[in-house]
Ligand binder design. Structure first.
Ligand SMILES: C[S@@+](CC[C@H](N)C(=O)[O-])C[C@H]1O[C@@H](n2cnc3c(N)ncnc32)[C@H](O)[C@@H]1O
Ligand code: SF4
Length: 385
């Protein structure tokens, strides 16, 4: 298996209607109305500058993330897609995903997005429990979520939605019932994240003050295992720690990135990984949306040495069910004398993890087992120590 050669584009939309208490993504509530024409001009300029760096490449996917990109006018989304398709050479199966929040879209808007070139929708459902939506600070009702998903099924062939598990008060029984209901609405793909307490968020303050109690470790583990079991039984096994799909229905954009493909980022706070003649770079735009709108400043570009690149590859690939593939690793790093991922790992930690049945390692690759995936963060830190 050779590494992914296409280039992928991430487009960041910075605005939301309100800020959820758990979220530390680069998203803001704008002070007033925005000018769509200024967004189009800034995205076009950003894409032109990125094209100048990448040169001609095949385009495998475009992903509109945020923030809440479904707040952007479909004409803005269409202009960005058009600019991307003109800048690079789209593959015949080029995937164009857009994140949409329930309550920000109607049937007509979804049709306009499809007509603008979006061919995959990712809906921020978050929960099928009306009280939990409120507790999370979501501005949409459960009815709005269900409507958005139902319309999206009619309009898009490819559809996913996000859920958040490991929420305060959740039990295995209540989550099993909730996920069961969600599955009645699901398409071929679901993303299910564990609620993370991010520093500096209102959720972190509530937890610190004792106003909110997060599930303990055992409950978290039970919810995680139940999720994997239910999703596998529903024919959408995990292909990544938080992502579940029928085989073949994986998100091509994210899968390519986890496998180490190049991607460019446009929009405030967007980041990327670019392989240029001078080497591989981590790129990051400053988060200030107003500064970006005035004319996108060049992103910060940090050169990654080959060891950093290889370690990053191992870390990301370990999150995938397929794990680290030796053939892919060797194709990427063979020139630098690295052909077997095991050589980069702490041998003692690897042997111990294999002995405990947490990691499977052979000449084909290294991957976390069903028991190991629950301990992935600790395992990865020890293997790459
Ligand atoms: C940055 S959001 C953008 C999508 C969209 N604005 C929304 O909220 O539906 C992407 C996803 O990240 C997840 N997310 C954000 N903050 C999180 C946190 N602290 N813990 C777990 N998941 C989180 C949510 O499931 C969300 O759908
Ligand atoms: S809508 Fe999405 S991006 Fe915006 S604050 Fe909420 S979780 Fe974050």
């Amino acid at each position: 298996m050779s590494p992914e050669t296409a280039f992928h584009l991430y487009v960041h939309w910075p605005y939301c209607t309100s800020k959820c208490g758990y979220c530390d993504f680069a998203s803001y509530v704008p002070r007033g109305p925005w000018d769509p024409a200024r967004f189009v001009a800034a995205y076009r300029a950003d894409i032109a500058a990125l094209r100048g760096r990448t040169g001609a490449r095949e385009l495998g996917s475009v992903f509109f993330g945020g923030g809440t990109p479904s707040l952007a006018e479909p004409a803005v989304i269409g202009a960005v897609i058009e600019a991307a398709m003109a800048a690079w050479t789209p593959r015949a199966d080029c995937e164009v995903t857009l994140e949409a929040n329930p309550g920000t879209v109607d049937k007509q808007g979804l049709r306009a997005l499809r007509d603008a070139g979006v061919n995959r929708l990712s809906i921020g459902a978050q929960s099928f429990d009306a009280a939990a939506l409120k507790a999370l600070g979501r501005t949409h009702s459960l009815d709005e979520t269900k409507h958005a998903i139902t319309w999206a099924h009619d309009i898009f062939d490819r559809l996913s939605f996000d859920l958040i598990t490991a929420r305060p008060g959740l039990t295995e029984a209540s989550w099993t019932a909730e996920l069961g209901e969600a599955l009645e609405f699901a398409g071929e793909h679901l993303s299910i994240y564990q609620l993370t307490v991010e520093d500096g968020t209102p959720l972190a303050r509530d937890v610190a003050a004792g106003r909110v109690t997060m599930p303990d470790e055992d409950t978290g583990a039970d919810l995680f295992e139940a999720t994997r079991r239910i999703m596998a039984d529903a024919g959408r096994p995990a292909y990544e720690v938080s992502n579940f799909a029928r085989p073949g229905a994986e998100c091509r954009h994210n899968l390519a990135i986890w496998r180490g493909a190049d991607y460019g980022g446009v929009g405030p706070a967007a980041h990327g990984r670019l392989t240029l003649e001078e080497g591989r770079f981590a790129t990051r735009h400053a988060p200030d949306a107003l500064a970006w709108l005035k004319g996108p400043p060049a992103p910060r570009m940090d050169a990654l040495d080959v060891e950093e690149r290889a370690r990053e590859h191992l870390m990301m690939a370990l999150r995938l069910t397929e794990g680290i593939r030796t053939a892919v690793f060797a194709a990427r790093f063979g020139e630098a004398g690295m052909t077997d991922p095991r050589e980069l790992m702490n041998r003692g930690a690897l042997d111990e993890a294999v002995g405990l049945g947490l990691i499977a390692a052979d000449d084909d690759g290294v991957r976390a087992t069903e028991a190991g995936v629950l301990l992935l963060n600790t395992l990865t830190a020890r293997l790459l120590n």
